[in-house]
Write a protein that binds this ligand. Structure first.
Ligand SMILES: Nc1ncnc2c1ncn2[C@@H]1O[C@H](COP(=O)(O)OP(=O)(O)OP(=O)(O)O)[C@@H](O)[C@H]1O
Length: 239
């Protein structure tokens, strides 16, 4: 359901992000369309998470134009935060709150009615139903990742941003995440996934954007990254 004729849902032109002396993102262009999933790949420190944080309205761009669903992230930061579904690479969970309380908070922030059935279904899909009322402080890393994906997708966002969603997640959680991505694409959402797991990225995505040193070094079809040839092609882009 990719619609290249329509304006991109995510439109990033010349993005720079600087933290003091560090230029985390150094001129990235990126377009994401409705129904399309794009993987961000690259070595540690390449700028993937920073790019995702800008799209989520969490980190302001230092320079460049960033539009999410037509909204300028600088001017409409709060609207962008409400609109996107964002699974951060780390953090984001309140240790003393239960999964159900996290869902309640997310629903309240977005003024959702009628979210409870979907919330329960999502927890069941990610096998978190039994711990729905247990505080997250004692959760394993993978349980926290799965809950973060549930929270990102509760409101069926137009833009779904998943940063390392598969990290430490078991096969059932990976399958559930694939389903979330497929559902999002079929209802016309734009999905971006940052990961180190190339094989999973190419199963879930149609396009791969490879970053190095804060810049985009290539945008390729996911099919070109498959198998040993794909691994070699990817490896060649990293140095
Ligand atoms: N808040 C911050 N303050 C200072 N430097 C930062 C901050 N956030 C990111 N950086 C730096 O920006 C660069 C890009 O980091 P980023 O987390 O975006 O990379 P990444 O590609 O997601 O890496 P990884 O794969 O390890 O998660 C790194 O050099 C990092 O140290």
């Amino acid at each position: 359901m990719t619609s290249p004729d329509r304006p991109p849902v995510v439109d990033v032109v010349g993005l720079h992000v600087r933290f003091g002396e560090v230029e985390a993102v150094a001129g990235v262009d990126l377009q994401g369309h409705a129904g399309q999933a794009t993987a961000l790949l690259g070595r540690n420190g390449a700028g993937k998470s920073t790019t995702m944080r800008v799209l989520a309205g969490v980190v302001p761009p230092t320079a460049g134009e960033v539009r999410v669903a037509g909204l300028d992230v600088r001017r409409h930061t709060l609207e962008v935060k409400r609109l996107v579904g964002y699974c951060p690479d780390v953090g984001g969970l309140v240790p003393r709150a239960t999964p159900w309380e996290h869902l309640q908070l997310s629903a309240r922030l977005r003024r959702l009615d009628d979210w409870e059935k979907r919330g329960r279904d999502l927890l069941e899909r990610f096998e978190l139903g039994d711990v729905a009322h247990r505080i997250t402080a004692g959760f394993s890393h993978g349980m926290g990742r799965r809950l973060s994906v549930v929270l990102a997708s509760l409101h069926e966002p137009q833009v779904l941003l998943l940063d390392e969603p598969f990290d430490g997640v078991d096969p059932i959680g990976v399958e559930a995440t694939f389903e979330i991505i497929a559902d999002a694409r079929s209802r016309g959402a734009c999905v971006l996934i940052s990961t180190h797991l190339r094989e999973l990225a190419i199963q879930a995505c149609s396009t791969v954007l490879v970053m190095r040193g804060g810049s985009r070094v290539a945008t390729v079809d996911a099919g070109d990254m498959v198998g040993e040839d794909g691994a070699r092609a990817y490896r060649a882009l990293l140095d």
